[in-house]
Design a protein. Structure first.
Length: 84
């Protein structure tokens, strides 16, 4: 399996921490960034998008939900895969 670099986006810190802990135990998986909402994720991606292979998104977030964020990511950074 090729290395996967994950951007983790969830509005609940405890959920992000739990998922990050699980993912860091997997071979060839690295959490390279975290965000608590869609707008923060897009800001983080501007300088860091080349690092990310997968964006792991919460669907139900305030402001910009995971579906809207996925649409933006696919439009701006088509090489990044989204999982919501």
């Amino acid at each position: 399996m090729e290395p996967q670099n994950i951007l983790l986006v969830d509005d609940h810190k405890i959920i992000r921490e739990g998922i990050k802990h699980y993912l860091e135990g997997l071979e060839n998986v690295t959490v390279v960034g975290e965000a608590q909402n869609g707008l923060q994720a897009l800001e983080w991606l501007k300088p860091n998008n080349k690092q990310v292979t997968i964006a792991l998104l919460d669907i139900g977030m305030d402001g910009m939900n995971g579906i809207q964020l996925c649409e933006q990511i696919l439009q701006l950074y088509p090489d990044i895969k989204c999982i919501a």
